[in-house]
Design a protein around this ligand. Structure first.
Ligand code: HEM
Length: 206
């Protein structure tokens, strides 16, 4: 209990990961379960079910993304820009005698992908879903808006593989090289493959 820095760090990591699970769990629910389910429902059932299902699922989805993002940025500052007893400034996890460390390169890679995903949630997927749920989209534009939201959601499913690799690699893997980057993106392809297999082509859904 005496080491306040370590305690705060651990609680922040816990918050970051539990919010990340909430966010990515909902992303996978949408991609792997809900898209194929919606395709199998008739209009009357959709009208009965979706007003209860979608606002609730989208709430956990977007706020999970926000908490993950904010806790992640704080974690970044605390890990790479703060030394207990010294204060703010680049730590030896960020820079060593050879310049930027591989550990820092990995977290930059993960944070870049995570930030693109967060942006997609808050500025593309959620605004599109909100307009669809409120019935604000003219009938002729519905397929286009649905397709945009679906493609963005699939992009996020793809990015989730390499993004998570970039989260785990800093502390648990070392080198960043061509092999490890190919491996990270290969894992993304597994996620998008599962999404497409379970929900059919975008053309069919729109
Ligand atoms: C949205 C942008 C994100 C940012 C800015 C971010 C930032 C960070 C940072 C700075 C770390 C610490 C790295 C280190 O110890 O060197 C980390 C670790 C981690 N992040 Fe993220 N992250 C993001 C998204 C996510 C998401 C969506 C997940 C999904 C679950 C996630 C899961 C993890 C995990 C599991 C760790 C490792 C914890 C550990 O080994 O102690 N992150 N993240």
């Amino acid at each position: 209990m005496s080491d306040m820095y370590s305690n705060v760090h651990l609680i922040l990591r816990w918050l970051h990961v539990i919010a990340g699970i909430t966010w990515i769990g909902h992303l996978y629910f949408f991609n792997f379960v809900n898209v194929p389910l919606q395709g199998a429902l008739d209009d009357a059932t959709k009208k009965a079910v979706n007003p209860h299902l979608m606002p609730r699922a989208l709430w956990w989805f977007r706020w999970g993304a926000m908490i993950t993002f904010l806790a992640g940025l704080t974690l970044f500052v605390l890990t790479y820009f703060y030394t207990p007893g010294v204060g703010l400034g680049p730590t030896n996890l960020l820079m060593d005698v050879d310049g930027i460390t591989d550990r820092a390169m990995w977290i930059f890679f993960g944070m870049l992908l995570g930030t693109i995903m967060w942006f997609n949630v808050w500025f593309i997927i959620w605004p599109a879903q909100k307009r669809l749920l409120k019935g604000q989209v003219p009938a002729a534009d519905i397929p286009t808006i649905r397709k945009r939201a679906l493609l963005t959601s699939r992009t996020n499913a793809f990015l989730s593989g390499p993004m998570l690799f970039g989260m785990l690699a800093p502390a648990h893997y070392g080198a960043m090289n061509a092999f490890s980057l190919i491996l990270a993106f290969g894992l993304g392809l597994v996620a998008i493959g599962a999404s497409i297999r379970s929900s059919g082509s975008v053309g069919k859904l729109a």
